[in-house]
Design a protein around this ligand. Structure first.
Ligand code: NDP
Length: 327
């Protein structure tokens, strides 16, 4: 038997989460059984642990949309016992039991071998949020990052923190948007050269285009902020849209696309093919300074998760929460 955070739903539709002992026979089917070492807390995990159940497709459920650990048993020739692996995406932690468990069983196709240069804890300090930040940076690079500051919204959060550190390491000037002025020193320590107050960008757009300012943008916020930012992009610059922490609506006009050739690039980390995942993890190992990654990390254990799930939905988590499932 081993520990897992199990979420149940009662007949009235109310959910509850508790650390529970389960066995290997309880795990869903899959080719590879992994002894999980670390998982993390992402915005989606907050939705899945929370009272509405968010994105959960089956109960009882073990959330945790990512994990890193060691293969314990494998029916797939690509993996053998003892291999270190990482998992993000593929609806794990939503439709299939996830990483908030000392053991997980998944499809071999969903895994990636741990890239050299990262241990399992570092891989989860990155986690889904950091992996997505890397995908966003790669998408901006594919379309060309212009000279001048690159904007990162929701900067003190998980995606924003990692995007800030990667972009700064690559030599870009980074303008970090935050609604928490007390995180300014933290964001500067990650490499941000300019701090932009959330209020400055949260107003509804008055003019569809403003001064050409940003050479690129990683946007974790969406909503009115994204609409405003589109009108401030330099000619031909790109916005990698990652999230909707500030709202799913987009009260924008088509003018920035028509008159400034702005590109809006959608980033999805969930259904990335194996080759793309491998490429992104290899770039992470190369382009994310480990001392900056360490500055983002807050350690947690399984029993902390119900509280942390609430905190992340309120935008109160700074950086990355790494869950040691064996502590
Ligand atoms: P976090 O909660 O860690 O970060 C979100 C940040 O957004 C907060 O820290 C806060 O930053 C800012 N924020 C929160 N609420 C508001 C608001 N109302 N208005 C403006 N800013 C706000 O979440 P993650 O970084 O893990 O995820 C960010 C988004 O990206 C989420 O929507 C998530 O679902 C999405 N996501 C998408 C993925 C994909 O594949 N496309 C993968 C991973 C995440 P600050 O305090 O600095 O202002």
């Amino acid at each position: 038997m081993f520990n897992a955070l199990v979420v149940n739903k009662n007949d009235e539709g109310k959910t509850s989460a508790a650390v529970t002992q389960i066995g290997l026979d309880d795990l869903p089917t899959g080719d590879v059984t992994v002894a999980v070492e670390y998982s993390t807390v992402n915005y989606k995990d907050g939705l899945c642990i929370g009272p509405g159940g968010g994105l959960v497709r089956n109960y009882p459920h073990v959330p945790g949309i990512d994990f890193a650990g060691t293969v314990e048993a494998s029916d797939d020739p690509r993996y053998k016992a003892g291999d270190k692996v990482v998992l993000t995406g593929w609806r794990v932690g939503e439709a299939h039991w996830g990483g908030y468990s000392q053991k997980a069983r998944v499809k071999a196709d969903w895994l990636v071998p741990l890239p050299s240069g990262l241990d399992t804890r570092q891989a989860m300090a990155v986690g889904t949020a950091g992996f997505t930040a890397m995908l966003a940076v790669m998408a901006l690079e594919d379309h060309g990052i212009k000279a001048g500051p690159v904007l990162v919204t929701g900067a003190a959060g998980g995606v924003g923190s990692v995007a800030t550190a990667i972009l700064a390491h690559l030599g870009h000037e980074v303008a970090a948007v935050t609604g928490r002025p007390e995180t300014a020193d933290y964001l500067k320590s990650l490499g941000a050269t300019q701090i932009v107050a959330r209020e400055e960008l949260n107003e509804t757009i008055k003019r569809p285009m403003e001064a050409e300012t940003w050479g690129g943008c990683v946007d974790a916020v969406g909503g009115e902020m994204l609409a405003r930012v589109l009108g401030q992009m330099q000619y031909g610059a790109s916005v990698a849209a990652v999230g909707l922490a500030g709202g799913a609506g987009l009260p924008a006009t088509v003018i920035p696309f028509l008159l400034r050739g702005v590109n809006l690039l959608g980033i999805d980390s969930v259904m990335q093919p194996y080759e793309n995942r491998l490429r992104a993890w290899e770039r992470i190992a190369k382009d994310l300074p480990m001392d900056k990654l360490e500055a983002m990390v807050h350690p947690a254990i399984l029993s902390d998760l119900p509280d942390l799930g609430r905190d992340i939905l309120k935008g109160q988590v700074k950086g990355r929460v790494v869950v040691d499932v064996n502590a």
